[in-house]
Design a protein around this ligand. Sequence first.
Ligand code: 3H9
Length: 702
Amino acid sequence: MAQINGCIELSVADGIAVILADNPPVNALGHAVRQGLVEAVQQAIADASVQAIVLGCKGRTFFAGADITEFGKPLQQPGLQEVITEFEASPKPVVAAIFGTALGGGLEIALGCHFRVASADARMGLPEVKLGLLPGAGGTQRLPRLIGPEKAVGVIVAGAPMPAKMALADGIIDEIVAEPVAGAVAFAKRVLAEALPLVKVRDREEKIRATRADPAAFEAAAKAATKKLAGVDAPAACVQAVRNAFTLPFDEGLRAERDLFMKLVVGDQSRAQRHIFFAEREAAKVPDMPPGVKAAAIRKAVVIGGGTMGGGIAMCFANAGVPVSIVETTEEFLQKGLARIKQTYAVSVERGALKQDAMDKRLALIAGTTDWNVVADTDIVIEAVFEEIGLKKEIFGKLDRLAKPGTLLASNTSTLDVDAIAQSTSRPGDVVGMHFFSPANVMKLLEIVRSKHSSFESIATAVAAGKLLGKIPVVVGNCDGFVGNRMLARRTTECERLLQEGAKPQDVDAVVQKFGFPMGPYAMGDLAGLDVGWRIRKGRGVTAPVSDALCEMGRFGQKTGRGYYIYENGSRVPVPDPDVEALAAKKAEELGVKRRNISEQEIFERMFYPMINEAARILEEGIAVRASDVDVVWAYGYGWPVWQGGPCFYGDLVGAKKICAALEHYAALTGDAGLKPAKLLQELADNGGSFGNFSLTPKAAA
Ligand code: 3H9
């Protein structure tokens, strides 16, 4: 065996050269890997004893793509396209041995091999679009030649990986094998024995010929794939690159692909999406966590409260294969809650998103009871009852008496004081907040709220539980509304003010949607139910005159057919309502607020800058330890478009100076000192700093 460099080795046995990469954790195709691969394949080609070559990986996966950390830096040769060309041009057959996740450049290098085998549980795909990119190492030219441009455009624009079985059916791989490298070696020997021709994917024309003659089906597929992606650059570039596969000769298509890739990789959208990729992985890391702290195993769970949130959380456990019991106060509430869960699963089955037997398995994992003693034998309890501190304290007192030592006691509170909840037990260290987002079984974000008492073991267990449930955990500090809702409150305040000052809900929603949010704040309020915020306001003794008046009229949003908008006959499409405008005008008059035309620019700034300002306060106080954590919260909990990178990333793009100036203006305009620039934001403005370079020790550990 020859060690080519730190990550590539080459061995020859029985006339077959095996090239193995070892670049933990995911065998990303970084510079050393690319360099080693070229050297290895050239040696194998030059070695007269070698008749065929196998390309595989050590560790947990075949190449999971190009090394994303290298993007945006000067390319160190050889580039991935050059590496692939070396393999493709080999006069000796090359077989890729796929396992784990062959993604992006990983699949592209496999497509440059003459044959591909994969283990049954392997997954492969071209997810570059999720990083704001397109496959830049031949994927857009080779995949259409294997599966046809119509299918390829869907696969590349969606960026979703496919299982080996599907890849086999589509002709992406040639065989499913029990063990990747041994299977690939056996396959290579068969290629030699049967003298199979070495047809390069680049030379295959049969799947693109028909599209070249009549591209109508391709154009329709491209339109369908990009339907909801207006304003995002990468999907359109993917489409153009795949179109090139049947309109241009291969080498020209490859050059055009590289040009499109280079343009995207330096753009703000891809930078934003790459930022979110790494931010998501960073968010669960707790900087002051001592080494060696272990998360407790989660084998059984209890959820207190079978309402919408409780039911959704119970579904998360069942979906992850963990038995869960729901505790309710009465049999009637319990049955109602269980029926809602069943109904939610049934809708998924109807839509074809879930198989009936999977639904049955999940339902079998969910039990319900009115007997609190079930708490005595569980690893985690998540309380999901009404947002009422007295009630929560009472429940935690009870949990304290009943739960075995070491059980993680979590509250799904969205705003309340987790320190106070923890103090209602004799084991405050075991208490954390686990704030799920609605619908809990769908939304990826999980805010893990560490109180000043939370032990590191509890935090680690909560993070591990979040990952087990397929969530993206972000560890945050304890304050009113934590990270997400605290920032949202700033936007909500501006929403009320803008109505009084003369903006219409549809104008504001249009601005927020144009930025890329799936919904504007008023349509969102109508969907969630306006009574929720009304109740919270009443509890806190605050008013929002227009919104309060709507609620007093029984206009709670979609569920009552009227809210900020009208919803006729059960429709979910918001229709603007002149009555709301009239109501806003009336309230403005009562309050002495002068109404005026409000520009799109002002709406935009008032929707986004106060939130960015609040993010700065949140960072100052150590409620979030990284600006990127704030971005993850907004991307995964509130629909902030990933190609806009999150509030802090976006704030850096605009620049703290510009935001501070606008905030000073709006603070003067509204008389709200809370709109004045936060200390940190002002510092960034004064010193030319950025959120991206901000760091702070977490509050709880300070
Ligand atoms: C591409 O290929 C472009 C080409 O078309 C053209 C080029 C010219 N690079 O996710 P995990 C790190 S674009 C660098 O927690 P899992 C990750 O940050 C690429 N680093 O593990 C983390 O680091 P840390 C197309 C990477 O088991 C660690 O590895 N490929 C890369 O849950 C573990 O990651 C993709 O988009 C990378 N490519 O999931 C695939 N990938 O431990 C992106 C991961 O310091 N990767 N890291 O936090 C994934 O989807 C998942 O990581 C994967 C494993 C499914 C592979």
